[in-house]
Design a protein around this ligand. Structure first.
Ligand SMILES: C[S@@+](CC[C@H](N)C(=O)[O-])C[C@H]1O[C@@H](n2cnc3c(N)ncnc32)[C@H](O)[C@@H]1O
Length: 273
């Protein structure tokens, strides 16, 4: 089982709490060229009526909601879910001043404990690529969406962090399996179109210009690569990144995140699959 979708590893290590995501977010927050902000932009994409019932799967620390608290319609009924109890705890802590606005539930996306047609929207923000049985999750998502309901699924393109992958391979040409992503912007529409008839992709323009080694090394260590980057090898990686920055004054890294918007159709389409 690749690390990316190894549920035991994800639950007991990678997403036991929010520390790995924090390290990644620190890098994006400090060195992203687009200052509008990913979570503000994701919220802009939601095209939902005032009385919507919304389920987020794999909500993590709930940054999407924390960063948009000023504009969430009062009448939205929002359930935040994740399969990691540690993440849900962090989500609740991050939204502690607005607790009454949200419900929380521990849910595996492959088995969603709600009745058919319960939601106007389901959100899966940077999480579908972690789900081992995506077909099962998509069947469940379709089932709990009402007819005409919206599914929003974000992910990244194949070029996302391209220069970071190249840097790691140049430093140490062993495989870096954490970065093998089975649900990307280039193949996501084809996967979703087996369940949804209307799928639209929206892309967010951005890049990283990194001028400090520490946050980039912390980012690398937040992945499964931390198991192989220990002792002298880790010290050598720090020196390598510092030398790259000294040589070029910065490291430029491509970013290519985006979000699919899919609408639940009348079901005929699904039954053919
Ligand atoms: C990359 S994080 C994204 C967190 C958040 N959505 C965000 O964008 O900041 C992936 C999240 O999905 C959760 N996750 C992974 N597999 C899951 C599954 N099968 N069911 C529900 N949540 C899952 C993880 O615990 C983690 O919080």
């Amino acid at each position: 089982m690749p690390k990316m979708s190894d549920q035991d590893y994800l639950l007991s290590d990678q997403y036991r709490d929010a520390s790995n995501l924090d390290a990644r977010m620190q890098l994006h927050a400090r060195f992203s060229v687009n200052v509008y902000g990913w979570h503000r932009w994701v919220f802009d994409q939601f095209d939902l009526p005032p009385q919507s019932r919304i389920l987020e799967l794999g909500c993590g620390p709930a940054w999407l909601w924390r960063d948009n608290l000023d504009r969430i319609p009062e009448s939205w009924d929002i359930t935040l879910s994740d399969f990691s109890p540690g993440m849900l705890q962090q989500a609740q802590s991050n939204l502690r001043d607005s607790q009454e606005r949200f419900d929380y539930a521990e849910i595996d996306a492959q088995s969603i404990p709600y009745e058919d047609g319960s939601f106007d929207a389901v959100i899966a923000n940077h999480m579908l690529y972690h789900v081992p049985d995506r077909a099962k999750a998509l069947t469940e998502i379709c089932r709990v969406l009402r007819l005409g309901g919206h599914f929003y699924a974000s992910t990244v393109g194949r070029n996302h962090l391209r220069e970071l992958h190249t840097l790691l391979k140049r430093f140490d040409p062993v495989p870096h399996p954490w970065f093998d992503n089975p649900f990307v912007l280039e193949n996501g529409a084809a996967q979703l179109s087996e369940w949804f008839s209307q799928v639209t992709l929206h892309r967010y323009e951005d890049a990283l210009i990194i001028t400090e080694a520490g946050p980039l090394v912390a980012y690398i260590l937040s992945s499964a690569d931390k198991e192989i980057l220990v002792g002298e090898k880790l010290a050598a990686l720090r020196r390598y990144v510092e030398e790259e920055i000294a040589l070029h004054e910065h490291i430029h890294i491509t970013k290519d995140p985006g979000i699919f918007e899919a609408i639940r159709d009348d079901g005929d389409h699904r039954e053919q699959n």
